[in-house]
Design a protein around this ligand. Sequence first.
Ligand code: PLP
Length: 393
Amino acid sequence: MIPNTNYGNLKQSYLFYNIAQKTKAYLEANPDKRLYRMGIGDVSLPLAGAVIKALHEAVDDQAQKGTFHGYMPECGDESLRQTIADYYGKRGVTLSSEEVFVSSGASDELGDILDLFGKDKTVMIMEPAYPAYVDANIMTGNHIIHVASGKENGFLPMPDESQKADVIYICSPNNPTGAVFSRSQLQQWVDYANKIDAVILFDAAYEVFIEQEELPHTIFELPGARTCAVEICSLSKTAGFTGTRCGYTVIPKELERGGMNLNAMWVRNRTTKTNGVSYIIQKGAAAVFTDEGQRQIHSNIDIYKNNAKVLMEALDKLGIWYTGGKNAPYIWMKCPNGMGSWEFFDYLLEKIQVVGTPGEGFGKCGEGYFRFSTFGSPEDTKEAAKRLVELLG
Ligand code: PLP
């Protein structure tokens, strides 16, 4: 038996392993020092009170015969699907509950959704990119077109009509760059996808961080998106669900390719490959969308946004070029003095004990850039910003 040989094409991911090794070695050699960790993309604040209350109530429901729930509907609880559709409604986007699929998170969906497209497809991935896009497609054996971006286009590449793809990944607000496509830029991608018959996988994991009114939170705000896009979203960063696990995927009923309906195919897929997200978690997720839940998650997001402000002020003071921060929880900065990503990583670790993520880990064009996450504690962020200014000022 020969297993999936595509796995042999995966590159070893040294990024987070190397960071862990380097920080461990530094702490062993300098036991009196502490680190200011601005590298991780995980949240640091606990779940909102409304979510915790709903989770407790759901646990109690499971203890009684009258309120106990067994298997949940594979595509999600009907009332949660409707609640999420209503959330889109607030942005002027009309969805039916049948177009919303409750998931266990965006990572799961970003991998699983490739089932819809079959083998040997060409996928376009804008880089620097969230590493799972590349790896999931290597595992599937798809051909990848790496679309490089850089400072010259603000890390927001535009379609090249001479290139053709079956699937196009767009992440906006972007991880790692924090850059966000404007309405007119995203419209060009939608028009291009419709023209070349491609499907856009739109990763909206960071939509809630958008501050500027004119920027699109969902691809479905744009005309034409219903015939070319799938949107994948997550409560991980929106509501601190990284360890609780819940997200949602939107597939419009109009989305068809080759005479096949992708919404109907996904229903078939989910009813075959999952038995739904747990009752308890879906109850907790529903609480995120209540008025109280929204108030509470936004007060957590404000704390992360303030971290971003503190870091942006430091970089502005230093005259360092960066993207992100304003509409995203990541800041993507140019390493000063022509330093490479890892060189800058070592320099910050040695000199000021600040840990970030080298841009090179997100694709070749990330070399010479560095990512700061704003999900850390306000105290550590303030200290890190102060140390940055002292070191580089
Ligand atoms: N998409 C992007 C762009 C992310 O940065 C992340 C997590 O960091 C995910 C998806 C995964 O989210 P989830 O926790 O829902 O799997």
